[in-house]
Design a protein around this ligand. Structure first.
Ligand SMILES: [Fe+2]
Ligand SMILES: [Fe+2]
Length: 229
């Protein structure tokens, strides 16, 4: 009897030593598109919640205005929307570590996201300055402190503070999430990696403050068991 496409893929993955994700074992009936959409919504929610809570905590030290924190919240809650468009969408849907080709596809989510958000908000938001501010933050969320990020290779304080906060929280949340191409880290492991990136991907001072904040805050939003508790 001819084998179905899914069975063949599972056999190939087993031979390659790729373990099926827990999510797939538990929720075989959900289409991939739906799962990706839910993951994106959860990611945006978690990043937005942690970024704005952290920013409020650090408001005085970093001279953040209320408008800045609002813009950060809006940017955090939409920053990866470009991942719903090709070729980023395809790059995310594949198993295993990211190849260079897929990484390049993934990176298009930044300009695509800016384009989408501007298109929607230019028609629905009455304050063009606010739109530009939020879209600007989305545009720098993958810039790195040492200049190794994209799309512009900005470095240090050339990256606006809201973008540095978003990039930092985004990295932490990504480490805490299960994805088709990577497995989740514990809160401790995630903070060790975040700490390692200070002065590289991340603003060193901000990173120190974030680690202290996360250790003290008791934030458990990202505990995958939270829904069953
Ligand atoms: Fe992103
Ligand atoms: Fe993200």
């Amino acid at each position: 009897m001819p084998r179905r496409k899914g069975e063949l893929r599972r056999e190939q993955e087993e031979r390659a030593g790729i373990k099926p994700r827990a999510r797939e074992r538990e929720m075989p009936a959900f289409p991939r598109d739906f799962v990706q959409t839910v993951e994106l919504i959860n990611h945006h929610h978690d990043v937005s919640l942690i970024a704005t809570t952290f920013a409020r905590h650090m408001q005085k030290k970093y001279g953040l205005s209320n408008a800045s924190i609002e813009a950060l919240g809006a940017a955090s809650g939409t920053h990866d929307i470009g991942k719903t468009t090709e070729p980023a969408k395809r790059a995310i849907a594949k198993h295993g570590p990211l190849t260079t080709h897929r990484r390049e596809g993934m990176q298009t989510h930044v300009p695509q996201g800016k384009r989408l958000l501007r298109k929607v908000w230019d028609q629905t938001v009455s304050d063009p300055k606010a739109v530009s501010k939020v879209v600007g933050i989305v545009g720098v969320h993958h810039e790195h402190w040492d200049g190794s990020g994209y799309p512009k290779g900005l470095r240090g304080e050339e990256i606006p503070i809201e973008g540095r906060i978003l990039g930092l929280v985004d990295l932490y949340c990504s480490l805490r999430e299960n994805r088709i191409y990577k497995t989740q880290k514990s809160p401790k492991e995630a903070l060790v990696i975040v700490d390692y990136e200070k002065g590289k991907k991340l603003d060193p001072e901000l990173t120190r403050d974030f680690i202290q904040f996360m250790k003290k805050s008791g934030i458990r939003y990202l505990d995958p068991k939270r829904l069953s508790e």
